[in-house]
Design a protein around this ligand. Sequence first.
Ligand code: UGA
Length: 348
Amino acid sequence: MGQNIAILGAGGFLGSHITAALIARGHRVHAADHCLAKLSMTHERLHRHERDVRDAGFQSELLAEVDTVLSLTAICQPAAYNTQPLAVIRASYDDLVSVVQRAAESSKRLIHFSTCEVYGRAAMGADGPMTTMNEQDSSLLLGPVHMERWTYACAKQLLERTIWAQGRHAGLAFTIVRPFNVIGARMDHIPGVDGEGVPRVLACFMHALLSGRDLLLVNGGSQRRSFVYIDDFVEAVLRVVDRPRQCNGQIINIGAPDNDISIADLADRLIAAYRERVGPSPSAVRQVSAVDFYGDGYDDTQVRIPDIGAAQRLLDWQPHTSVDAMLAPIIDDYVKRYGTTLAEATPQ
Ligand code: UGA
């Protein structure tokens, strides 16, 4: 039987995909965000709320309607962490404490979307370096305070600890999901077209390709990420929703360890796939320093591979999509939405 679910942040990349999938699975969804443009669908079981999800009255109204709340709102673009750190901390922590509190008081289940970024600079256990990042044993290894890159991770970590405490000491039913570099259609924005500020790497690279400019490799591009495709990610989320008992009180990494590649490799594969699907492109790769690209206070994670043992065990889930398989539908989506003549709009 379908559940009554509220999604805070339903207008974002993850939220819009999760909403559509929950509707397809038979749930009733209250989709809330300040803008729902990315969620074009309508359905008799979908209630759209273009509202400020921080509004206390609205939060109470929404929670009264549902059994489960998914909270996805955040400013999750690294370029903002060292340039708008106060807004990032507010959005990742302050604005959400009341949601956690309200869910605990009204006995609603909370599924909170945290981040792989909480693991910080590297996979590190009590006895030294680890190969993968693990929910039970990895330290949360943030850089020093003047490296403002970690404002987001720190705020997200504090919210995780708040949720954990509400669960342990006040009976909140919760699950914390840590997504590891999900990519897919509708990710982020193209600066100057449908958003402002530097988006995450996929949207940066697609922006470059669609405008015939070079793809910029920050500090050489040897840093690595394990990209998980949105469809695999959404399937895992649906299983979290459907398994409240198994997932209660759990923190779950969702990612694709087999898709661990360098950013330089991602750029090369994206250029090749773009030429194959769309046609000749003048774009090449070019190196840029982190300071030139992000400004002072940026720091990075060199390798970020999830341990997905918990997801496999609790959700009976496995990611299936390789990086090469996900690039074609992603390119098609960007070309469909933006065309191939963004061009010349912004000088390089
Ligand atoms: C970000 C967020 O901070 C995380 O919270 C989030 O969970 C994660 O994305 C995610 O998508 O799951 P990060 O992986 O560092 O973390 O973000 P990206 O902007 O996608 O950058 C990935 C790497 O590419 C970084 O090393 C960055 O320096 C590099 N990069 C980015 C480039 O080389 N060129 C670009 O044009 C943009």
